[in-house]
Ligand binder design. Structure first.
Ligand code: ADE
Length: 225
């Protein structure tokens, strides 16, 4: 999978994909993330990519021209399955969307800044608008990093243990069960016996019950979906 990210702040995205699982995914050739500085398509030599909004009001708007030229150029190299705009008024991101996006080949993610991007780009180019939650970040970069990470780790072969993404929280609309590692007794706090007995079927049943109980307690809304 190839993910292009278009941003006015490429520096913000230097690190998130350079470590751990995202780094390995790229080294294995399973994921390619390319960050493109929008100012490369600025309308003048001063790097202008935003302007005052029509109708007045505080806050700048990201202009049509740099965005349209950038998208045209990038998608002439490879057509995108989705052109995603990160915005607090988008559809709320969840595991289901991550699963769906992980099946695509080529994605473009546009990071918004200031008051956002000119509406005409949303109308004519953007195919999907994603919010990572009901709060406003100072730009779409951190949100884009969240999406790339959540999607990238689902690509086949990225995680060492192929099955481990299947047992994540949210995969069946359930939260993951509690997990423990050595020692079996830490300060008198004991690991549940059932995990030490070596009966995989009982462990599986116990985990399912724990998942269900945890979901009922912490996220009952997931069970309604
Ligand atoms: N840009 C600013 N806030 C955001 C959010 N909550 N989700 C996605 N993009 C954003």
């Amino acid at each position: 999978m190839k993910i292009d990210v278009l941003t006015v702040l490429p520096e913000l995205l230097e690190s998130p994909f350079a470590h751990s699982i995202m780094k390995r995914a790229q080294e294995k050739g399973l994921l390619e993330v390319q960050v493109h500085p929008l100012r490369k398509w600025a309308v003048n030599k001063y790097g202008m990519v935003d302007d005052y909004q029509y109708g007045g009001g505080a806050g700048m708007v990201m202009m049509c021209e740099p965005l349209a030229n950038a998208i045209d150029e990038l998608q002439s190299a490879r057509p995108y399955d989705e052109i995603i705009y990160m915005t607090p008024d988008g559809e709320r991101f969840n595991q289901k969307t991550a699963n769906q996006l992980s099946l695509k080949e080529n994605l473009l993610i546009i990071c918004g800044h200031y008051k956002g991007i000119d509406e005409r780009i949303r109308e004519h180019y953007v195919t999907k608008e994603i919010s990572i939650g009901d709060y406003v970040l100072s730009g779409g970069e951190l949100a884009a990093a969240v999406v790339v990470d959540a999607v990238g780790r689902l690509l086949p072969g990225v995680l060492n243990d192929e099955t481990s993404a299947l047992t994540d929280s949210f995969q069946d609309n359930l939260l993951a069960p509690p997990v423990y590692t050595r020692p079996a007794d830490f300060r008198g706090w004991k690991v549940p016996d059932i995990l030490l007995q070596g009966d995989p079927k009982k462990v599986e049943e116990w985990r399912y019950e724990q998942s269900m109980q945890r979901t009922k307690e912490k996220r009952p809304d997931l069970l309604d979906e």
